[in-house]
Design a protein around this ligand. Sequence first.
Ligand code: ARG
Length: 562
Amino acid sequence: MKLINIAAEALHEAIPELSLAQVISLLEKPKHDQHGDLAFPCFGLAKQKRKAPQLIANELAETLKSPLIEKTEAVGPYVNFFFKKDTIQQIVVQRILQEQNEYGSLEIGKGEKVVLDLSSPNIAKPFSMGHLRSTVIGYSIANILEKCGYQTVRINYLGDWGTQFGKLIAAYLKWGEEEKVRSNPIPELLKLYVKFHDEASDDQTLNEEGRYWFKKLEDANEQALSLWKWFREESLKEFDKIYKLLDVQFDSTNGEAFYNDKMKAVVSLLEEKGLLVESDGATVVKLEETPSLPPCLIKKSDGATLYATRDLAAALYRKQVYDFSKALYIVGQEQSIHFQQVKAVLKKAGFTWAEEMHHVPFGLLLKDGKKMSTRKGKVVLLEEVITEAIQLAEENIQSKNPDLPDKGEVARQVGVGAIIFHDLKNHRVNSVEFSLEDMLKFEGETGPYVQYTYARANSILKKGKWTAGEIKKGIKDSYSWELTKLLHEFPVMIEKACAEFDPSVLAKHIVDTCQSFNSWYGQVKFLTEDDEKTARLSLVAATAFTIKESLRLLGIQAPEEM
Ligand code: ARG
């Protein structure tokens, strides 16, 4: 039960003319701790009861009772509530220790399936910062949804089809060298692609050639197909290195190419529904009902299909195969119009389930305020960035704790955790300034800070030789009470993060929890042999479980020692 309900139920019983919801909306958090945990203002009741608010407050303070309320006090027109801290703490801690990593699990999504379209890098191009954000945000949302009882399907919708591959094939056949591509695939392919674009601005026939080769690809020409397959495999090998570092896995990697043979069906379906119109030689669906939406391009004049056509095919396929109750697209906000169009076309075609397709947008990763795509004219290779983070983490560990066992693996968890946490700690639509130095700090709102707090809690438990057992007595200091309240709120935070597809709710909550834990740590001697020791260590253990689970939901590992 939420703490606010304890006070609200007592109030509702004493003033039945106010509903429980009304009471809850009136309850406030007092500004000062000496005014208790919650305050109820009586102004609103004055008219109804024809009594001064002060008097009402006095009367209420006398009558309110609950086994979890220590006392109530009237201060002017307010009734202040003081909870039985030690009892509540015992209940909360006992529950966490019992449920462990199941603490906070909910059943809101029981029996429902959600498909998530995430990561989705484009082959033959570097894995971009945008794709990193999609991977990290999408992965965490999927974890949170599962925690809430949903079944999830994580789909890496690879960008492995489209006119750009026609251009790439044309470029490779003109200027490419097999050896170079083999030894350094992504930068070499990118170079070819860029060269193609540069030359095509003066030479229109090049674009023709590009289109020609894409048409061949769509028609399953052997030469085109074998080059495309090769580029794809080389790219996937590179992407897999990144996924391995990040420790992410997918349930499906059916990308755009997978839908190549399912496109005709989409076009005929739209045709049958009478939605297709010709426009400048191309085939489109007009979306006039929404004036802000341009027509959705379905087929180019040469018959080649487009990004939107493939997304339509993918949505229909996923509905059929997975029968999802929600479909989430974790994609940068610059694609917002595209997803509105896809959804609008499906709704126009009569698919009411399209209502449950949600674009979950996010902002940019910036470097010194600028979009992070090139560094001194050179491509930033994500693998190098991650490796650098891991190296920096390792240097840090080396100076702080040189004897740590398994340093390499801990450094990976810390370096990667730092990048992920930095991404998730602010609401996803905000842009993120990418600074390895900031994200790797052991203080402040960082991944390493949270991981370090977890390791600290563990080391206290080890030193105190803690074993789970009955907690006979609660603790009464105000530091541990703040912490208790935060731990108690964890399930509410999970519910909120789930409803809003927003991992930052959990990231912020766990930073607050760690700060509260660390200020408690600064105030008391945990290991003193007194009658509160078991209760103290149990609270430390409950904190450790909550931090670990919260990090897991964010997609971050928690080393036992650091
Ligand atoms: N590959 C695309 C890009 O890099 C992202 C794909 C997003 N998902 C989708 N279903 N369209 O822009």
